[in-house]
Design a protein around this ligand. Structure first.
Ligand code: HEC
Length: 106
């Protein structure tokens, strides 16, 4: 008797969570990513590298610098956060936020 057995990646590991960059919310996602990963060192009281990222205006004004630093690979001395790159989904979301016009109201 021969068993009929199919290993199916989807059944075994579940469906991978896609990175949704189409329905971005600044207040719901982008702000949280920057607050959690950056604000510890870039705030009103302590602005590392002379960069304060506590206000919405400073986040939009410095987006080119932000994207340059978060896009650097692990091991690059300039990567931000200093502990190493964020998840690729977080990085994609920040880039999509720029591409979609840097709204801070949605
Ligand atoms: C643990 C502390 C720490 C965290 C967390 C951190 N940074 Fe930094 N950041 C620094 C320090 C220190 C410098 C200055 C040295 C340098 O330029 O690399 C700096 C410099 C920078 C600069 C260069 C500023 C300039 O004008 O040249 C940018 C841009 C930046 N950080 C963005 C970010 C972003 C975006 C995040 C979150 C994704 C982040 N940082 C998280 C410590 C941190």
């Amino acid at each position: 008797m021969q068993a009929c057995y199919y290993d199916n990646e989807k059944d075994l590991y579940g469906v991978p969570t896609p990175c949704d960059t189409l329905n971005l919310s600044y207040t719901g996602e982008i702000k949280g990513i920057l607050t959690n990963n950056c604000q510890g060192c870039h705030n009103n009281a302590s602005a590392s590298g002379n960069l304060n990222l506590e206000s919405d205006a400073s986040r939009t004004a410095n987006i080119a610098k932000i994207i340059d630093r978060i896009s650097r690979p692990a091991g690059d001395p300039l990567v931000m956060p200093t502990s190493g790159p964020m998840s690729s989904c977080n990085i994609q979301k920040i880039k999509a936020w720029q591409n979609q016009g840097l709204s801070t109201t949605n």
